[in-house]
Write a new protein. Structure first.
Length: 133
């Protein structure tokens, strides 16, 4: 919030608009969906073996992402999420290899592209912020 009003009005307005439209879409799809619909891709999850386990795994990954984001930082949470998702979902014959590759790609993107080339200002984490110490 330390940016000038003229500099923060566009990203703040755009962010609020995206949140509002996402909530509208979520509520709309919640009322219109049939039993077992999965998001908007038209697949039916009823009767699919392991659908509940996959949903719980994804929820756990999302919670872990938020905890790591708040405690350590968004860039590290993105890397951990990219590395842990294939392992947790047991993707392919070697999920650990898929996790290592996606984690390495995300680390290269975060530290190479976003930090060095685009100079992204990452939000402060709880543990590393001045307010916590």
């Amino acid at each position: 919030w330390s940016f000038r009003p003229a500099a923060r009005i566009f990203p703040l307005t755009l962010g609020c608009l995206v949140v509002v439209l996402s909530l509208v879409q979520l509520v709309k799809s919640g009322w219109e969906r049939g039993a077992g619909d999965v998001l908007d891709i038209g697949m039916m999850s009823t009767g699919v073996e392991g659908a509940g386990h996959a949903a719980r795994t994804l929820l756990g990954l999302a919670v872990a992402f938020l905890v790591i984001d708040v405690c350590i930082g968004l860039q590290y949470a993105a890397i951990a999420f990219a590395a842990a998702t294939p392992i947790a979902l047991k993707v392919g014959k070697r999920p650990w290899l898929s996790g290592a590759i996606t984690g390495a790609i995300m680390a290269a993107m975060v530290f190479g592209l976003f930090d060095q080339m685009l100079d992204v200002v990452w939000p402060d984490s709880l543990l590393l912020s001045d307010n916590f110490n």
